[in-house]
Design a protein around this ligand. Structure first.
Ligand SMILES: Nc1ncnc2c1ncn2[C@@H]1O[C@H](COP(=O)(O)OP(=O)(O)OP(=O)(O)O)[C@@H](O)[C@H]1O
Ligand SMILES: [Mg+2]
Length: 389
């Protein structure tokens, strides 16, 4: 009997807090699935500022308020996708990280965006809160997308997958059939320092360096760069993950205050800092590859891409969407669709070489919707189809 398909809608709102990326995935049991469509729902600048303020000065009342605001926005985004593309089988939402300090017995991470609001807006089962099970199992809770990178990009040669979100994370995907474990970690800032610097230098008029054009007018101060590269996070070995607790606007303000050159040179030097920290992480803590595929919003920053290529001579640094038919800003949302599928299957993911978890765990919490029984029947059907000779 042919297995009924599962269309899982992934919703991702990353550290940049620029908006919600949505990806509708035709889920497959034995592969990465097929992207049916992707959408972006930008946050207004005022909401982005509110998210950043809450992260800087955690206030429980504000966190609870934002939880509802973000829940409703995720619900609206999901409903509008379904109006256009038809009903999804379920929704897998990452939520918005407002706190991330993993490691140690009290390590913790918090993603908000009320799942009940999304359930009400869509009448779907919601899978959410993906990171806390990994933290409970002794992991960093991040990055979680590497097993999806492996499902998408494992071939006969190893390859690096670089995601340039607010934070940058790199995955070293071993060749298919190899015994080498998947390796991945956050390398440090992706766009976070660049966005903060642009906002500071433009007096709040700009939220990003469009295509890296501003940085392209500046020159790198190599001496200052060398001192910035001494930051503890860059020198620490994996497993490691980071967020706005470590790299944010206040850090950029401090660096700017002690800066003696022009704004253009400041932005150019921060861009090269971001690139060098990626290259340092890739060279130091992974077995190496001859090719790097770049995804995430930062893949649109040409100055950053150029700097990464210069920091990795002899490596082919490519924008992933040019060769892989996966749009730069869809990959993370696709990964959460896929992780949602793994959760529904009850599949524990082994991420010891990625997050440092002590044992494999199922990632995600399920809020069953009115379609729960039907969803379960479909999963059983898919599994039975898989088991047939
Ligand atoms: N045209 C562009 N030019 C320069 N930078 C861009 C452009 N488009 C997007 N960006 C950068 O990409 C960022 C958003 O990227 P993305 O959505 O991948 O990050 P994110 O939401 O932090 O996700 P995550 O941290 O989960 O990977 C923006 O904040 C901006 O810095
Ligand atoms: Mg984003």
């Amino acid at each position: 009997m042919p297995a009924a398909g599962l269309r899982i809608l992934g919703l991702m709102s990353g550290t940049s807090a620029d908006g919600i990326d949505a990806a509708l995935l035709d889920f497959a049991l034995d592969g990465p699935g097929t992207l049916l469509g992707h959408w972006h729902f930008p946050y207004p600048a005022s909401l982005q500022s509110e998210i950043f303020r809450v992260q800087e000065r955690l206030d429980l009342g504000q966190v609870a308020r934002l939880d509802r605001i973000l829940g409703k926005l995720h619900g609206q985004a999901a409903a509008s996708v379904m109006e256009e593309a038809g009903k999804a089988s379920c929704v897998a939402m990452h939520g918005q990280t407002v706190f991330h300090r993993p490691g140690g017995p009290e390590g913790s991470t918090l993603q908000i965006g009320c799942a009940a609001d999304v359930a009400l807006a869509t009448s779907c089962t919601i899978i959410h809160d993906f990171r806390r099970a990994d933290v409970a199992a002794g992991g960093q809770g991040a990055p979680l997308v590497p097993p999806y990178h492996q499902a998408c990009f494992a071939h006969d040669q190893p390859v690096w997958i670089l995601n340039l979100g607010g934070v940058a994370n790199i995955t070293w995907v071993p060749p298919k059939g190899s015994d080498s474990p998947l390796q991945a970690f956050d390398t440090g800032p992706g766009n976070v320092l660049l966005d903060a610097a642009v906002s500071l230098l433009s007096g709040g008029k700009l939220r990003m360096d469009p295509d890296g054009s501003w940085a392209s007018r500046g020159r790198t101060n190599r001496q200052v760069l060398a001192s910035w590269l001494q930051m503890d996070f860059f020198r620490a070995p994996p497993p490691k993950s980071t967020g706005r607790e470590q790299f944010q606007g206040a850090m950029v303000q401090d660096l700017w205050q002690s800066w003696k050159g022009s704004p253009d040179d400041f932005l150019a030097t921060l861009t090269v800092l971001t690139a060098e920290s990626v290259a340092h992480g890739a060279r130091t803590w992974t077995p190496g590859a001859s090719r790097m595929l770049v995804f995430g919003g930062g893949a649109k920053n040409l100055s950053l891409l150029r700097a990464i290529q210069e920091a990795l001579p002899g490596i082919l640094v490519e924008v992933g969407e040019h060769s892989q038919a996966i749009p730069s800003q869809a990959l993370e949302a696709m990964a959460f669709s896929w992780l949602g599928g793994q959760c529904l299957l009850g599949k524990a993911l082994g991420l010891a070489s990625v997050t440092g978890q002590k044992q494999p765990v199922v990632l995600g919490h399920i809020l069953p919707g009115p379609d729960w029984a039907d969803l379960n029947a479909r999963i059983r059907e898919m599994l039975a189809g898989m088991a047939e000779p």
